[in-house]
Design a binder for this molecule. Structure first.
Ligand code: ADP
Ligand code: NI
Length: 219
């Protein structure tokens, strides 16, 4: 079976998997990431099919999702076996997916391929800008996290455990992660797309705090 068919099959499986997600990791996130990944791969002369397949599968092994990280890896392995995906392709996809996650900045993984850089950029671009803002509040709502609380400080250095379960707010997440992403983008193509998204988020956070202060001063 050729890569085009493998990609089609992956799309079906992943649609099914992400169908009921309400944490901002729904199918449309996957769809946007694969569109960005294909575009960036073309511009950067990376392997388009590898980037496409990795983008489709990238959020299956996620420790934040209900089924857990290992269950996601198992699904990927079963998919590889069922579709007879060539060994070299499996290795590349595993390498990309395991190396791209942010995990509070605690990940020490270095990206070993241009394709990993492309898929990471695509995922990060969908975390910033107008959609990134929306996803953050969706995720926070799903987890029951407060919009903002001036008494909860922005965390600087933190372990993965703290990043996931420590006390934070939706607004703090902009400082703890989202505003750091632009300067970490790998490719020039992603930096071009990301610049406006980053500036929009900066303006948004500024406005948010201006509105917040209005109430602070009028108690
Ligand atoms: P990671 O790579 O850190 O595991 P993801 O890329 O899966 O995170 O996160 C996807 C999106 O989910 C983030 O861009 C953000 O919008 C939202 N999100 C994740 N963690 C949080 C959080 N602690 N608070 C608010 N939003 C979050
Ligand atoms: Ni993702």
């Amino acid at each position: 079976m050729g890569m085009t068919e493998v990609i089609q099959k992956a799309e079906q499986m992943v649609k099914n998997f992400h169908e009921r997600d309400t944490t901002g990791h729904d199918w449309w996130h996957i769809h946007r990431v694969r569109t960005l990944a294909v575009y960036i791969a073309q511009q950067e002369r990376a392997n388009v099919e590898i980037c496409h397949l990795a983008a489709l599968l990238h959020d299956l092994p996620d420790d934040k999702l209900a089924v857990g990280e290992q269950a996601g890896w198992n699904l990927i392995e079963r998919f590889f076996a069922e579709q007879n995906v060539p060994r070299a392709v499996c290795d590349q996809i595993r390498d990309i997916i395991s190396s791209i996650s942010f995990k509070g900045g605690t990940g020490t993984q270095t990206l070993r391929s241009l394709e990993a850089q492309v898929v990471q950029d695509a995922d990060r671009l969908d975390a910033i800008g107008a959609i990134g803002i929306a996803r953050t509040f969706t995720y926070s709502g799903a987890k029951g996290t407060a919009l903002y609380d001036p008494a909860i400080p922005v965390r600087d250095q933190m372990s993965l455990e703290e990043y996931r379960s420590g006390k934070s707010t939706a607004l703090n997440h902009f400082y703890e992660k989202l505003l750091k992403l632009y300067s970490k983008l790998n490719t020039d193509t992603a930096k071009q797309i990301g610049r406006h998204r980053h500036e929009l988020m900066e303006a948004y956070v500024r406005e948010f705090l201006v509105e917040w202060d209005f109430s602070e001063h009028r108690e």
